[in-house]
Design a protein around this ligand. Structure first.
Ligand SMILES: O=C(O)c1cc(C(=O)O)c2c(n1)C(=O)C(=O)c1cc(C(=O)O)[nH]c1-2
Length: 245
């Protein structure tokens, strides 16, 4: 005797699954975090912008590490080549190239010292934990979940454009060349998210796999949110210490 699948375990159609992924990537994304809202409105002090740049550098420098962990799990040359390109995007092909270098230049354009950024001394405990959480997630989970976690990049290009506008309008004390990182990421993020989405749609065949992909993306949104919680809390604490809080 065959039993029909219960309706709740039937897979979503690819269109419905994609729609659910996009909804998570929009509704839970950190563009809605109060710190980002304040950034876009021009409310951040110079110290707050600098703290964000220094703390976000910790995230940036770990992106190629987590991409190397994902690459090691991929089982074809085509897929590994695809993922290796992400590592090159961040590390460059030689000294003085790539996204990490561009982020260091953003820091310098905002008045931060390259050596201080590289030392990691300004990185907050909550930021360390959030980034470690993401790296370990990609280390421990199967490729489907690790790739699905990168799908926050479905929403990232829109945020990059918004950030460029906000920086040009409100934070003119940052030298314009420093914004090169964000300009480059608009197209890279679009390409990366399109590739990752195609893989997730192909690999998640059962309802359980689809739900795992949604959970992975939800987790990643929480990583980005927690990172900004730490930066925001530090700013509040700093204000209180100086009697402004
Ligand atoms: O500034 C941002 O808001 C933002 C967000 C994200 C993201 O959504 O994960 C990434 C980036 N930037 C980014 O620059 C980047 O290289 C990147 C790689 C990834 C990833 O998970 O593979 N996300 C992001």
């Amino acid at each position: 005797m065959t039993t029909a699948l219960a309706p709740q375990t039937a897979p979503w159609t690819p269109a419905e699954f994609e729609d659910r992924l996009r909804t998570v990537a929009q509704e839970r994304y950190h563009d809605r975090h109060p710190f980002n809202v304040r950034m876009h409105e021009g409310d951040l002090s110079r110290d707050e912008v600098r703290s964000w740049i220094a703390n976000r550098f910790h995230y940036q420098r770990h992106i190629p590490v987590k991409d190397a962990l994902i690459t090691a799990k991929l089982d074809s040359s085509r897929l590994r080549r695809m993922w290796l390109r992400r590592i090159e995007d961040h590390d460059g092909r030689g000294e003085g190239e790539g996204g990490i270098e561009r982020w260091l230049r953003l820091g310098e354009a905002a008045g931060l010292d390259r050596e201080d950024l590289l030392s990691g001394d300004a990185v907050l405990p909550g930021v360390r934990l959030a980034v470690e959480g993401y790296v370990n997630f990609c280390r421990l989970r199967p490729p489907l979940e690790a790739v699905a976690a990168s799908l926050t990049e479905l929403t990232a290009p829109g945020l990059m454009r918004r950030r460029i506008d906000a920086f040009e309008l409100h934070y003119r004390w940052i030298e314009p060349d420093g914004l090169a990182y964000f300009r480059t990421r608009v197209d890279q993020g679009r390409r990366d998210s399109a590739e990752a989405l195609a893989l997730v749609l192909e690999w998640a065949v059962t309802r359980e796999q689809q739900e795992r992909a949604i959970a992975a993306l939800t987790f990643k949104c929480d990583v980005l949110w927690a990172l900004l919680d730490a930066v925001q809390y530090d700013a509040v604490r700093y204000d209180a210490v100086r009697g402004r809080g």
